[in-house]
Design a protein. Sequence first.
Length: 428
Amino acid sequence: MSRYRIEGGRRLQGEVTIGGAKNSAVAIIPAVVLSDGVCRIENIPNISDIFVSFEILKALGAQVRMLDPSTVEIDPRTICSHVVPHELARNMRASYYFLGSLLGKFGVARVSMPGGCNFGLRPIDQHLKGFTALGATVPPMIENGMIEASATHLIGNSIYLDVVSVGATINIMLAAVKARGITIIENAAKEPHIVDVANFLNAMGADIRGAGTDVIKICGVPHLYGTSYSIIPDQIEAGTFMAAAVATGGDVLIKNVVPKHLESISAKLQEMGATVEEIDDMVRVRMDGPIRHCNVKTMPHPGFPTDMQPQISVLLAMADGTSAVTDTVWENRFRYVDELRRMGAQAQVNGKVAVFEGVPMLTGAPVKAYDLRAGAAMVIAGLAAQGRTEIDDVHYIERGYEYFIEKLRGLGAEICRVDIPSPYAKRA
Ligand code: EPZ
Protein backbone atom coordinates (compact mmCIF):
# COMPACT_ATOMS: atom_id res chain seq x y z
CA MET A 1 0.00 0.00 0.00
CA SER A 2 1.36 3.45 -0.77
CA ARG A 3 0.15 7.01 -0.80
CA TYR A 4 1.34 10.31 -2.19
CA ARG A 5 2.37 13.08 0.23
CA ILE A 6 2.24 16.65 -1.14
CA GLU A 7 3.33 19.93 0.50
CA GLY A 8 1.21 22.36 -1.50
CA GLY A 9 1.39 26.04 -2.41
CA ARG A 10 4.41 25.87 -4.76
CA ARG A 11 4.23 27.28 -8.31
CA LEU A 12 5.03 24.68 -11.01
CA GLN A 13 7.74 25.94 -13.35
CA GLY A 14 9.91 24.38 -16.04
CA GLU A 15 9.52 21.72 -18.72
CA VAL A 16 7.77 18.32 -18.83
CA THR A 17 7.64 15.75 -21.64
CA ILE A 18 4.41 13.87 -22.34
CA GLY A 19 4.39 10.10 -22.90
CA GLY A 20 2.44 7.90 -25.30
CA ALA A 21 -1.36 7.93 -25.19
CA LYS A 22 -2.77 5.35 -22.77
CA ASN A 23 -6.08 5.02 -24.62
CA SER A 24 -4.26 4.39 -27.89
CA ALA A 25 -1.76 1.94 -26.43
CA VAL A 26 -4.36 -0.19 -24.64
CA ALA A 27 -6.07 -0.73 -28.02
CA ILE A 28 -3.00 -1.00 -30.27
CA ILE A 29 -1.39 -3.73 -28.14
CA PRO A 30 -4.44 -6.06 -28.44
CA ALA A 31 -4.60 -5.16 -32.17
CA VAL A 32 -1.21 -6.83 -32.68
CA VAL A 33 -3.05 -10.17 -32.35
CA LEU A 34 -4.39 -9.52 -35.88
CA SER A 35 -0.89 -9.45 -37.40
CA ASP A 36 0.80 -12.37 -39.20
CA GLY A 37 4.20 -10.91 -38.32
CA VAL A 38 6.27 -9.23 -35.61
CA CYS A 39 5.24 -5.70 -34.56
CA ARG A 40 7.47 -3.06 -32.95
CA ILE A 41 5.62 -0.35 -31.05
CA GLU A 42 7.35 2.82 -29.83
CA ASN A 43 6.33 5.55 -27.37
CA ILE A 44 4.54 3.05 -25.14
CA PRO A 45 3.57 4.72 -21.81
CA ASN A 46 5.13 3.18 -18.70
CA ILE A 47 1.85 2.47 -16.86
CA SER A 48 0.25 -0.52 -15.20
CA ASP A 49 -2.55 -0.91 -17.78
CA ILE A 50 0.16 -1.59 -20.36
CA PHE A 51 1.86 -4.21 -18.21
CA VAL A 52 -1.51 -5.97 -17.82
CA SER A 53 -1.96 -5.89 -21.61
CA PHE A 54 1.46 -7.54 -22.04
CA GLU A 55 0.54 -10.21 -19.48
CA ILE A 56 -2.65 -10.96 -21.41
CA LEU A 57 -0.70 -11.30 -24.68
CA LYS A 58 1.75 -13.69 -22.97
CA ALA A 59 -1.13 -15.70 -21.50
CA LEU A 60 -2.47 -16.08 -25.06
CA GLY A 61 0.96 -17.42 -26.14
CA ALA A 62 2.51 -14.35 -27.83
CA GLN A 63 6.19 -13.39 -27.39
CA VAL A 64 6.60 -9.96 -25.78
CA ARG A 65 10.05 -8.30 -25.54
CA MET A 66 10.79 -4.80 -24.19
CA LEU A 67 13.58 -3.27 -26.31
CA ASP A 68 13.72 -0.22 -24.01
CA PRO A 69 11.32 1.28 -21.40
CA SER A 70 9.03 2.67 -24.14
CA THR A 71 9.55 0.25 -27.04
CA VAL A 72 8.10 -3.26 -27.28
CA GLU A 73 8.47 -6.02 -29.86
CA ILE A 74 5.54 -8.46 -30.05
CA ASP A 75 5.41 -11.71 -32.01
CA PRO A 76 1.76 -12.89 -32.16
CA ARG A 77 2.55 -15.92 -34.35
CA THR A 78 2.78 -18.22 -31.32
CA ILE A 79 -0.67 -17.31 -29.96
CA CYS A 80 -2.46 -20.57 -29.16
CA SER A 81 -5.42 -19.47 -27.04
CA HIS A 82 -8.44 -17.24 -27.52
CA VAL A 83 -9.34 -16.97 -23.84
CA VAL A 84 -8.47 -13.94 -21.66
CA PRO A 85 -8.65 -15.10 -18.06
CA HIS A 86 -10.53 -13.26 -15.31
CA GLU A 87 -7.51 -12.58 -13.14
CA LEU A 88 -6.03 -10.46 -15.93
CA ALA A 89 -9.12 -9.04 -17.65
CA ARG A 90 -10.60 -7.67 -14.43
CA ASN A 91 -7.64 -5.30 -13.94
CA MET A 92 -8.67 -2.89 -16.67
CA ARG A 93 -11.49 -1.90 -18.96
CA ALA A 94 -9.54 -2.13 -22.20
CA SER A 95 -9.18 -5.91 -21.90
CA TYR A 96 -12.36 -5.99 -23.99
CA TYR A 97 -10.31 -5.00 -27.09
CA PHE A 98 -9.05 -8.60 -27.09
CA LEU A 99 -12.64 -9.60 -27.97
CA GLY A 100 -12.44 -7.68 -31.25
CA SER A 101 -8.90 -8.68 -32.16
CA LEU A 102 -9.24 -12.40 -31.27
CA LEU A 103 -12.60 -12.55 -33.08
CA GLY A 104 -11.13 -10.75 -36.10
CA LYS A 105 -8.12 -13.08 -36.25
CA PHE A 106 -9.41 -16.49 -35.13
CA GLY A 107 -13.21 -16.19 -35.35
CA VAL A 108 -13.57 -16.88 -31.65
CA ALA A 109 -12.94 -14.99 -28.38
CA ARG A 110 -13.72 -15.44 -24.70
CA VAL A 111 -12.89 -12.51 -22.43
CA SER A 112 -13.86 -12.03 -18.80
CA MET A 113 -16.09 -9.03 -18.08
CA PRO A 114 -13.76 -6.00 -18.04
CA GLY A 115 -12.83 -4.02 -14.93
CA GLY A 116 -11.79 -0.38 -15.07
CA CYS A 117 -12.71 2.87 -13.38
CA ASN A 118 -16.00 2.74 -11.52
CA PHE A 119 -18.13 5.76 -12.34
CA GLY A 120 -21.44 4.18 -13.07
CA LEU A 121 -22.63 1.57 -15.51
CA ARG A 122 -20.17 0.81 -18.29
CA PRO A 123 -22.18 -1.31 -20.74
CA ILE A 124 -20.75 -2.96 -23.85
CA ASP A 125 -24.00 -3.49 -25.74
CA GLN A 126 -22.76 -1.46 -28.72
CA HIS A 127 -19.62 -3.60 -28.98
CA LEU A 128 -21.75 -6.76 -29.07
CA LYS A 129 -24.21 -5.15 -31.50
CA GLY A 130 -21.28 -4.56 -33.87
CA PHE A 131 -19.93 -8.10 -33.57
CA THR A 132 -23.40 -9.54 -34.19
CA ALA A 133 -23.85 -7.31 -37.27
CA LEU A 134 -20.61 -8.80 -38.63
CA GLY A 135 -22.07 -12.30 -38.30
CA ALA A 136 -20.69 -13.34 -34.95
CA THR A 137 -22.72 -15.34 -32.45
CA VAL A 138 -22.80 -13.69 -29.04
CA PRO A 139 -24.67 -15.71 -26.38
CA PRO A 140 -27.43 -13.50 -24.91
CA MET A 141 -26.54 -14.49 -21.36
CA ILE A 142 -23.11 -13.94 -19.91
CA GLU A 143 -22.01 -17.22 -18.32
CA ASN A 144 -19.37 -17.46 -15.59
CA GLY A 145 -18.49 -13.80 -16.09
CA MET A 146 -17.10 -14.51 -19.57
CA ILE A 147 -18.13 -12.68 -22.73
CA GLU A 148 -17.99 -14.88 -25.83
CA ALA A 149 -18.12 -14.18 -29.54
CA SER A 150 -17.63 -16.65 -32.39
CA ALA A 151 -18.11 -16.73 -36.15
CA THR A 152 -17.28 -19.22 -38.91
CA HIS A 153 -16.50 -16.13 -40.96
CA LEU A 154 -17.14 -12.42 -40.48
CA ILE A 155 -18.98 -10.48 -43.19
CA GLY A 156 -18.83 -6.69 -43.57
CA ASN A 157 -21.99 -4.75 -42.67
CA SER A 158 -23.26 -1.27 -41.84
CA ILE A 159 -23.47 -0.46 -38.14
CA TYR A 160 -25.06 2.68 -36.72
CA LEU A 161 -23.92 3.19 -33.12
CA ASP A 162 -26.82 4.16 -30.84
CA VAL A 163 -24.36 6.14 -28.70
CA VAL A 164 -20.96 7.62 -29.57
CA SER A 165 -18.63 5.05 -28.05
CA VAL A 166 -14.81 5.04 -28.19
CA GLY A 167 -14.58 1.40 -27.16
CA ALA A 168 -17.27 0.14 -29.52
CA THR A 169 -15.83 2.10 -32.47
CA ILE A 170 -12.37 0.59 -31.90
CA ASN A 171 -13.62 -2.94 -31.12
CA ILE A 172 -15.75 -3.07 -34.27
CA MET A 173 -12.76 -1.86 -36.34
CA LEU A 174 -10.66 -4.68 -34.86
CA ALA A 175 -13.27 -7.30 -35.73
CA ALA A 176 -13.96 -5.89 -39.21
CA VAL A 177 -10.46 -5.37 -40.67
CA LYS A 178 -10.26 -8.99 -41.93
CA ALA A 179 -14.00 -9.54 -42.49
CA ARG A 180 -15.21 -10.32 -46.02
CA GLY A 181 -16.47 -7.16 -47.69
CA ILE A 182 -17.07 -3.62 -46.49
CA THR A 183 -18.04 -2.42 -43.01
CA ILE A 184 -19.38 1.09 -42.37
CA ILE A 185 -19.46 2.39 -38.80
CA GLU A 186 -21.80 5.38 -38.47
CA ASN A 187 -22.03 7.73 -35.49
CA ALA A 188 -18.45 6.65 -34.76
CA ALA A 189 -16.32 8.25 -32.05
CA LYS A 190 -13.70 10.74 -33.34
CA GLU A 191 -11.11 10.85 -30.52
CA PRO A 192 -7.41 11.13 -31.45
CA HIS A 193 -6.86 7.56 -30.24
CA ILE A 194 -9.46 6.29 -32.74
CA VAL A 195 -7.35 7.78 -35.55
CA ASP A 196 -4.18 6.36 -33.98
CA VAL A 197 -5.58 2.81 -33.88
CA ALA A 198 -6.83 3.11 -37.49
CA ASN A 199 -3.39 4.37 -38.59
CA PHE A 200 -1.71 1.43 -36.85
CA LEU A 201 -4.09 -1.08 -38.52
CA ASN A 202 -3.47 0.55 -41.90
CA ALA A 203 0.29 0.33 -41.26
CA MET A 204 -0.27 -3.44 -40.92
CA GLY A 205 -2.07 -3.47 -44.29
CA ALA A 206 -5.68 -2.78 -43.36
CA ASP A 207 -7.91 -0.55 -45.50
CA ILE A 208 -9.66 1.90 -43.14
CA ARG A 209 -10.86 5.34 -44.20
CA GLY A 210 -12.67 8.10 -42.36
CA ALA A 211 -11.25 7.57 -38.86
CA GLY A 212 -11.62 10.86 -37.01
CA THR A 213 -15.00 11.51 -38.66
CA ASP A 214 -18.34 10.00 -37.64
CA VAL A 215 -18.34 7.59 -40.61
CA ILE A 216 -15.56 4.99 -40.83
CA LYS A 217 -15.30 2.68 -43.87
CA ILE A 218 -13.38 -0.60 -43.53
CA CYS A 219 -12.64 -2.82 -46.53
CA GLY A 220 -11.70 -6.32 -45.26
CA VAL A 221 -8.26 -7.68 -46.24
CA PRO A 222 -7.04 -11.30 -46.00
CA HIS A 223 -3.81 -10.60 -44.15
CA LEU A 224 -2.24 -8.05 -41.82
CA TYR A 225 1.55 -7.87 -41.61
CA GLY A 226 4.11 -6.96 -38.98
CA THR A 227 4.97 -3.27 -38.81
CA SER A 228 6.67 -0.59 -36.73
CA TYR A 229 4.58 2.17 -35.22
CA SER A 230 4.89 5.04 -32.74
CA ILE A 231 1.97 5.94 -30.48
CA ILE A 232 0.68 9.54 -30.40
CA PRO A 233 1.26 11.71 -27.30
CA ASP A 234 -1.31 11.44 -24.51
CA GLN A 235 -3.90 14.22 -24.84
CA ILE A 236 -5.14 13.75 -21.26
CA GLU A 237 -1.73 13.54 -19.62
CA ALA A 238 -0.91 16.82 -21.37
CA GLY A 239 -4.20 18.37 -20.26
CA THR A 240 -3.56 17.25 -16.68
CA PHE A 241 -0.21 19.07 -16.59
CA MET A 242 -1.82 22.15 -18.20
CA ALA A 243 -4.42 22.17 -15.40
CA ALA A 244 -1.71 21.71 -12.75
CA ALA A 245 0.17 24.73 -14.13
CA VAL A 246 -2.99 26.85 -13.87
CA ALA A 247 -3.88 25.53 -10.40
CA THR A 248 -0.50 26.58 -8.98
CA GLY A 249 -0.19 29.92 -10.83
CA GLY A 250 2.77 28.42 -12.68
CA ASP A 251 4.61 28.65 -15.99
CA VAL A 252 5.12 25.24 -17.64
CA LEU A 253 6.37 24.19 -21.08
CA ILE A 254 4.70 20.89 -22.01
CA LYS A 255 6.66 19.03 -24.70
CA ASN A 256 5.76 16.21 -27.11
CA VAL A 257 2.10 17.13 -27.65
CA VAL A 258 -0.22 17.54 -30.65
CA PRO A 259 -1.67 21.04 -30.02
CA LYS A 260 -4.70 20.29 -32.18
CA HIS A 261 -5.66 17.44 -29.80
CA LEU A 262 -5.65 19.97 -26.94
CA GLU A 263 -7.82 22.67 -28.56
CA SER A 264 -10.88 22.28 -26.31
CA ILE A 265 -8.69 22.16 -23.18
CA SER A 266 -6.60 25.18 -24.23
CA ALA A 267 -9.75 27.16 -25.06
CA LYS A 268 -11.31 26.41 -21.66
CA LEU A 269 -8.12 27.30 -19.74
CA GLN A 270 -7.86 30.57 -21.68
CA GLU A 271 -11.50 31.29 -20.77
CA MET A 272 -10.41 30.84 -17.13
CA GLY A 273 -7.64 33.43 -17.55
CA ALA A 274 -4.61 31.29 -18.47
CA THR A 275 -2.14 32.12 -21.24
CA VAL A 276 -1.70 29.13 -23.58
CA GLU A 277 0.94 29.40 -26.31
CA GLU A 278 1.25 26.70 -29.03
CA ILE A 279 4.82 26.20 -30.29
CA ASP A 280 5.21 23.28 -32.80
CA ASP A 281 4.87 20.11 -30.70
CA MET A 282 4.73 22.02 -27.40
CA VAL A 283 2.35 24.19 -25.43
CA ARG A 284 3.36 26.76 -22.81
CA VAL A 285 0.83 27.42 -20.05
CA ARG A 286 1.12 30.43 -17.74
CA MET A 287 -1.23 31.67 -15.01
CA ASP A 288 -0.57 34.84 -13.08
CA GLY A 289 -4.00 36.07 -12.01
CA PRO A 290 -7.21 34.82 -10.41
CA ILE A 291 -8.98 31.84 -11.97
CA ARG A 292 -12.13 33.11 -13.71
CA HIS A 293 -15.28 31.07 -13.15
CA CYS A 294 -16.97 29.49 -16.19
CA ASN A 295 -19.13 26.53 -17.16
CA VAL A 296 -17.90 23.22 -18.60
CA LYS A 297 -19.87 20.57 -20.47
CA THR A 298 -18.05 17.39 -21.48
CA MET A 299 -18.76 16.02 -24.94
CA PRO A 300 -17.27 13.40 -27.29
CA HIS A 301 -14.29 14.73 -29.27
CA PRO A 302 -13.81 17.49 -30.40
CA GLY A 303 -15.79 18.65 -27.36
CA PHE A 304 -14.27 19.05 -23.90
CA PRO A 305 -13.09 15.55 -22.87
CA THR A 306 -14.78 13.82 -19.94
CA ASP A 307 -11.33 12.51 -18.94
CA MET A 308 -10.40 16.13 -18.06
CA GLN A 309 -13.60 16.77 -16.06
CA PRO A 310 -12.20 16.10 -12.56
CA GLN A 311 -9.01 18.03 -13.25
CA ILE A 312 -10.78 21.17 -14.56
CA SER A 313 -13.25 21.03 -11.65
CA VAL A 314 -10.38 21.52 -9.19
CA LEU A 315 -9.61 24.85 -10.90
CA LEU A 316 -13.26 25.89 -10.75
CA ALA A 317 -13.35 25.04 -7.04
CA MET A 318 -10.83 27.89 -6.65
CA ALA A 319 -12.38 30.28 -9.20
CA ASP A 320 -13.77 33.79 -8.55
CA GLY A 321 -17.45 32.82 -8.66
CA THR A 322 -19.96 30.08 -9.44
CA SER A 323 -19.31 27.44 -12.10
CA ALA A 324 -21.35 24.50 -13.37
CA VAL A 325 -19.71 21.30 -14.66
CA THR A 326 -21.89 18.91 -16.66
CA ASP A 327 -20.64 15.45 -17.61
CA THR A 328 -22.80 14.27 -20.52
CA VAL A 329 -20.75 11.07 -20.98
CA TRP A 330 -20.69 9.33 -17.56
CA GLU A 331 -23.56 9.43 -15.08
CA ASN A 332 -21.54 9.20 -11.89
CA ARG A 333 -18.13 10.79 -12.32
CA PHE A 334 -18.30 13.28 -9.41
CA ARG A 335 -17.44 11.03 -6.45
CA TYR A 336 -14.16 12.92 -6.04
CA VAL A 337 -16.13 16.07 -5.06
CA ASP A 338 -16.56 14.60 -1.56
CA GLU A 339 -12.76 14.52 -1.30
CA LEU A 340 -12.46 18.09 -2.59
CA ARG A 341 -14.92 19.20 0.11
CA ARG A 342 -12.51 17.83 2.71
CA MET A 343 -10.04 20.37 1.33
CA GLY A 344 -12.51 23.25 1.65
CA ALA A 345 -14.28 23.18 -1.71
CA GLN A 346 -17.89 24.39 -1.80
CA ALA A 347 -19.84 22.24 -4.28
CA GLN A 348 -23.18 20.61 -4.85
CA VAL A 349 -23.61 17.53 -7.07
CA ASN A 350 -26.92 16.65 -8.67
CA GLY A 351 -26.61 13.70 -11.05
CA LYS A 352 -24.55 14.75 -14.07
CA VAL A 353 -24.05 18.34 -12.85
CA ALA A 354 -21.72 19.74 -10.19
CA VAL A 355 -21.97 23.40 -9.15
CA PHE A 356 -18.84 24.93 -7.57
CA GLU A 357 -18.83 28.12 -5.45
CA GLY A 358 -15.19 29.10 -5.83
CA VAL A 359 -13.15 29.55 -2.63
CA PRO A 360 -9.94 31.61 -2.41
CA MET A 361 -7.87 28.67 -1.22
CA LEU A 362 -7.98 24.91 -0.64
CA THR A 363 -6.29 23.42 2.41
CA GLY A 364 -4.37 20.15 2.55
CA ALA A 365 -6.12 17.06 3.95
CA PRO A 366 -5.97 13.24 3.85
CA VAL A 367 -7.97 12.19 0.75
CA LYS A 368 -8.18 9.26 -1.63
CA ALA A 369 -8.27 8.54 -5.35
CA TYR A 370 -11.59 7.10 -6.46
CA ASP A 371 -10.40 6.42 -9.99
CA LEU A 372 -7.65 7.34 -12.44
CA ARG A 373 -8.63 10.92 -13.37
CA ALA A 374 -10.19 11.65 -9.95
CA GLY A 375 -6.84 10.69 -8.46
CA ALA A 376 -5.02 13.06 -10.81
CA ALA A 377 -7.47 15.77 -9.76
CA MET A 378 -6.61 15.19 -6.09
CA VAL A 379 -2.92 15.59 -6.93
CA ILE A 380 -3.69 18.93 -8.62
CA ALA A 381 -5.73 19.99 -5.59
CA GLY A 382 -2.89 19.00 -3.27
CA LEU A 383 -0.35 20.95 -5.32
CA ALA A 384 -2.52 24.08 -5.11
CA ALA A 385 -3.63 23.72 -1.47
CA GLN A 386 -1.95 25.30 1.51
CA GLY A 387 -0.42 22.63 3.71
CA ARG A 388 -0.02 18.86 3.43
CA THR A 389 -2.23 16.51 1.41
CA GLU A 390 -1.92 12.75 1.52
CA ILE A 391 -3.65 10.68 -1.17
CA ASP A 392 -4.52 7.00 -0.72
CA ASP A 393 -5.27 4.39 -3.40
CA VAL A 394 -2.72 5.88 -5.77
CA HIS A 395 -2.62 2.63 -7.76
CA TYR A 396 -5.55 4.09 -9.70
CA ILE A 397 -3.36 7.05 -10.73
CA GLU A 398 -0.49 4.82 -11.78
CA ARG A 399 -2.77 2.96 -14.20
CA GLY A 400 -2.58 5.99 -16.48
CA TYR A 401 0.24 8.39 -15.54
CA GLU A 402 3.84 7.32 -16.16
CA TYR A 403 6.61 8.67 -13.86
CA PHE A 404 3.98 11.05 -12.39
CA ILE A 405 5.88 11.91 -9.21
CA GLU A 406 9.18 12.33 -11.07
CA LYS A 407 7.62 14.62 -13.69
CA LEU A 408 5.93 16.78 -11.02
CA ARG A 409 9.11 17.00 -8.93
CA GLY A 410 10.90 18.10 -12.10
CA LEU A 411 8.52 21.08 -12.13
CA GLY A 412 9.26 21.98 -8.51
CA ALA A 413 6.43 20.13 -6.79
CA GLU A 414 7.09 18.84 -3.29
CA ILE A 415 5.56 15.38 -3.71
CA CYS A 416 6.72 11.93 -2.69
CA ARG A 417 5.42 8.42 -2.30
CA VAL A 418 5.20 6.97 1.21
CA ASP A 419 4.67 3.31 1.81
CA ILE A 420 2.15 2.51 4.52
CA PRO A 421 1.96 -0.87 6.21
CA SER A 422 -1.25 -2.64 5.35
CA PRO A 423 -3.55 -2.52 8.40
CA TYR A 424 -3.88 -6.27 7.94
CA ALA A 425 -0.12 -6.94 7.75
CA LYS A 426 0.84 -9.67 10.23
CA ARG A 427 2.62 -8.16 13.21
CA ALA A 428 6.29 -9.19 13.03
C1 EPZ B 1 -13.05 5.22 -23.21
O1 EPZ B 1 -13.89 4.42 -22.38
C2 EPZ B 1 -11.89 5.63 -22.34
N1 EPZ B 1 -11.18 4.44 -21.87
C3 EPZ B 1 -12.38 6.43 -21.13
O2 EPZ B 1 -11.23 6.93 -20.49
C4 EPZ B 1 -13.20 7.63 -21.61
O3 EPZ B 1 -13.78 8.26 -20.49
C5 EPZ B 1 -14.29 7.20 -22.58
O4 EPZ B 1 -13.73 6.40 -23.65
C6 EPZ B 1 -14.99 8.40 -23.21
O5 EPZ B 1 -14.04 9.17 -23.90
C7 EPZ B 1 -10.34 3.83 -22.73
O6 EPZ B 1 -10.16 4.25 -23.86
C8 EPZ B 1 -9.63 2.61 -22.19
P1 EPZ B 1 -17.29 4.88 -24.32
P2 EPZ B 1 -15.11 3.58 -23.06
O7 EPZ B 1 -17.61 3.53 -24.86
O8 EPZ B 1 -14.68 3.15 -24.40
C9 EPZ B 1 -21.90 4.48 -23.27
C10 EPZ B 1 -9.66 7.21 -18.80
O9 EPZ B 1 -9.76 7.97 -17.83
N2 EPZ B 1 -21.77 3.14 -23.88
O10 EPZ B 1 -16.84 5.96 -25.24
O11 EPZ B 1 -15.52 2.57 -22.06
C11 EPZ B 1 -21.15 4.59 -21.97
O12 EPZ B 1 -21.94 4.14 -20.88
C12 EPZ B 1 -10.86 6.40 -19.21
O13 EPZ B 1 -8.66 7.11 -19.55
C13 EPZ B 1 -22.91 2.37 -24.05
O14 EPZ B 1 -24.02 2.78 -23.69
O15 EPZ B 1 -16.21 4.71 -23.16
C14 EPZ B 1 -20.86 6.06 -21.90
O16 EPZ B 1 -22.00 6.73 -21.39
C15 EPZ B 1 -11.97 6.48 -18.19
N3 EPZ B 1 -22.78 1.14 -24.62
C16 EPZ B 1 -20.66 6.47 -23.36
O17 EPZ B 1 -21.25 5.42 -24.12
C17 EPZ B 1 -21.58 0.64 -25.04
O18 EPZ B 1 -21.53 -0.49 -25.58
C18 EPZ B 1 -19.20 6.60 -23.79
O19 EPZ B 1 -18.57 5.38 -23.46
C19 EPZ B 1 -20.43 1.44 -24.86
C20 EPZ B 1 -20.55 2.69 -24.29
